[in-house]
Ligand binder design. Structure first.
Ligand code: ADP
Ligand code: MG
Length: 339
């Protein structure tokens, strides 16, 4: 990164670049030292643990190189905040590692930094550090999110108990059908419905507000990034148990309901597709009413969709859709796999 700082459209050198685009996003955290030192310094309240998570995104794999830069930044932040949300953690700060293709323009970086800044403010998660390099390869980003939780109180994937009720926040399937819209599909849906789906795919809404509910009631939790059935499967695997869900109970937005009514084959995409960034958790069924009340109070409604069962026999499926036969639909339960 050694282009002259004053050439229009060209990037300034590495240190000016950090000062110009990223230091302003670090301002709200005194421990970031304005990104002028080698490292940042973070305190946790007594009795709290640091919760740490990273997600990387590569142009051509997770997004298209010509996607709007502000949306790339916001999605990168939000998928990480979603992981913190699933562990009932309060956001503390984040670090950004950037490998910028040569030829990245100042306008691109300006828009990227604006999007990041907006969402760091929205989710109260200041940028406290990172690294910046140039690359001959595709634009590659990694964001590490740091959070804080009372020691031993985060709901883990492994905490489910036999007889637990399975709950999911918000609505399921918008992300997967939004991806269909992004690829030019679902053209027979009304434009506002397509917009809704596309918006959910492009800009997830991590359910940070659910924290007190998870903190008080959840035995286990995970965010829905791979797909509802796959992610519930991760809970079952870690807890060495099984689950049965009722597809008819799975909460769906108007847009998803209308799309599925027109093309019932889409139901498998809804239950198995990814990118919803809702939270699946399990809890004592006796707490159901309290969970419903508390979730409405925090503005993130949840729905009971099934139950956790005992460990399955042999190589049987981890997650069964109880009303599958009635729905007469063939489900693929794998979720997205990179390898
Ligand atoms: P070092 O040589 O120790 O790696 P750098 O010059 O890479 O330090 O970074 C200087 C400061 O700027 C550090 O505090 C680092 O965390 C921060 N930083 C570098 N790149 C970024 C970035 N993309 N986003 C946020 N902070 C960054
Ligand atoms: Mg560095």
């Amino acid at each position: 990164m050694s282009a002259p700082a004053d050439t229009p459209g060209r990037l300034p050198g590495e240190f000016d670049l950090i000062a110009r685009y990223f230091a302003p996003i670090a301002k709200s955290h005194p421990g970031a030292l304005g990104l002028t030192d080698d490292a940042a310094f973070l305190d946790l309240p007594p009795g709290h643990q640091m919760v740490v998570t990273t997600d990387a995104m590569v142009a051509g794999v997770h997004f298209l190189a010509d996607d709007p830069p502000d949306l790339i930044a916001r999605k990168l932040l939000r998928v990480n905040v979603s992981d913190l949300a699933a562990k009932a953690a309060v956001p503390v700060g984040c670090l950004l590692a950037l490998a910028l293709p040569r030829g990245t323009t100042a306008a691109w970086l300006e828009a990227f930094a604006q999007g990041l800044s907006a969402d760091c403010a929205e989710f109260a998660i200041p940028l406290v550090g990172g690294d910046t390099t140039a690359t001959d390869g595709p634009l590659t980003l990694a964001l590490t999110a740091l959070g804080s939780v009372e020691a031993g109180h985060a709901p883990l994937r492994s905490g489910a108990k036999p007889g637990d009720r399975v709950f999911v926040s918000g609505t399921i399937g918008d992300g997967a059908l939004g991806l269909e819209v992004a690829k030019g599909g679902l053209g027979d849906l009304a434009a506002p419905l397509r917009e809704h789906l596309l918006g959910r795919y492009r800009l997830p809404e991590p359910k940070v507000a659910l924290r007190p509910v998870l903190r008080a009631f959840a035995h286990s939790a995970i965010d829905v990034s791979d797909g509802l059935l796959a992610d519930l499967g991760h809970i079952c695997e870690a807890s060495e148990l099984t689950a049965t869900v009722q597809a008819a109970m799975v909460p769906m937005s108007d847009a998803v309901q209308i799309a599925v009514a027109r093309d019932p084959d889409l139901l498998s995409r809804v239950l198995s597709g990814g990118d919803d960034y809702e939270i699946v958790f399990t809890a004592d069924p006796a707490d159901s009413d309290r969970i419903m009340d508390a979730s409405i109070k925090v503005g993130v409604p949840v729905t009971g969709i099934g139950f956790i069962g005992r460990k399955g026999e042999g190589a049987g499926p981890r997650v069964t859709v109880g009303d599958l036969a009635a729905l007469n639909t063939v489900l693929r339960v794998t979720g997205y796999r990179h390898f």
